[in-house]
Write a new protein. Structure first.
Length: 251
């Protein structure tokens, strides 16, 4: 009878161990299944938001694209590409404060991101952060050596009334033969913008610098030279008319 009792106890022990093992396996299987389901759900959400982003970009729906980007960044917070895209979208929507904030984060991790550096400079300029924009353009020019960036530096130096620095920058532009081939958009008062030859734009700016310093004769020569290089350029023509009327003898 004792042997039978002991066998029963051993059998119960084996049964309990087997039950525990089965429960453990079931628990592990459930955890794996749950993880797979979560991963699958996140994967589906990511796919949906990427489709949302692509569709909104296709139809030029910037506000929806920004929302899609934020959802995707919540799933992939370390994605550099998504941050770049979001910064560009903020820039396109003229959300310049957000552009500058996000550009700062991106550039802290990757100072060599020239495209982000450029939109940061433009955003700062649009918000009237002239000194900050000048510093950013100077960083950008050291890397790009672009005459268009150098022209923006001259423009910002003029705005800050750093006329000596502005003259030096203009001379640097005029020395480069490429200034006769490249074009730049300049603001024409209330008429919007005009695309003109870069050398003509630099010469006109030099004339304005001299005019600001009461050196009208020098200014006139630069305006005339700018008009010769780009005959359709409205600004030097207007400046020459202004000087002519200003110097008319009073009746």
């Amino acid at each position: 009878m004792k042997k039978i009792y002991l066998l029963i106890l051993v059998f119960i022990g084996f049964s309990l161990n087997a039950q525990k093992k089965n429960e453990k396996k079931t628990e592990e299987t459930t955890q794996v299944t749950t993880q797979q389901e979560v991963s699958k759900k996140i994967g589906n959400e990511e796919l949906n938001f990427r489709t949302m982003l692509n569709n909104s970009l296709k139809y030029n729906d910037i506000s929806t694209a920004i929302i899609a980007c934020h959802y995707l960044l919540a799933i992939n917070p370390q994605s550099v590409g998504l941050k770049d895209t979001l910064a560009m979208l903020y820039f396109e929507s003229r959300s310049f404060v957000q552009t500058i904030m996000l550009a700062g984060e991106i550039l802290q991790a990757n100072p060599d991101n020239d495209k982000i550096l450029e939109i940061q400079a433009i955003a700062q300029q649009n918000l009237g952060l002239i000194k900050e924009s000048l510093e950013t353009y100077e960083k950008l020019y050291r890397k790009s050596k672009s005459l268009l960036h150098l022209y923006q530096i001259a423009t910002l130096q003029f705005t800050l009334k750093r006329y000596g620095e502005c003259e030096t920058t203009i001379v640097e532009i005029l020395r480069d033969p490429k200034s006769e081939q490249e074009k730049v958009n300049v603001i024409i008062g209330n008429q919007g913008q005009q695309e003109v030859i870069l050398k003509a734009a630099a010469l006109n700016m030099a004339g304005v610098v001299y005019m600001e310093q009461k050196q009208d004769d020098k200014a006139k020569k630069f305006f005339e030279e700018a008009s010769k290089i780009d005959k359709d350029f409205l600004l030097p023509k207007g400046n020459l008319e202004f000087l002519a009327n200003k110097n008319k003898p009073k009746k």
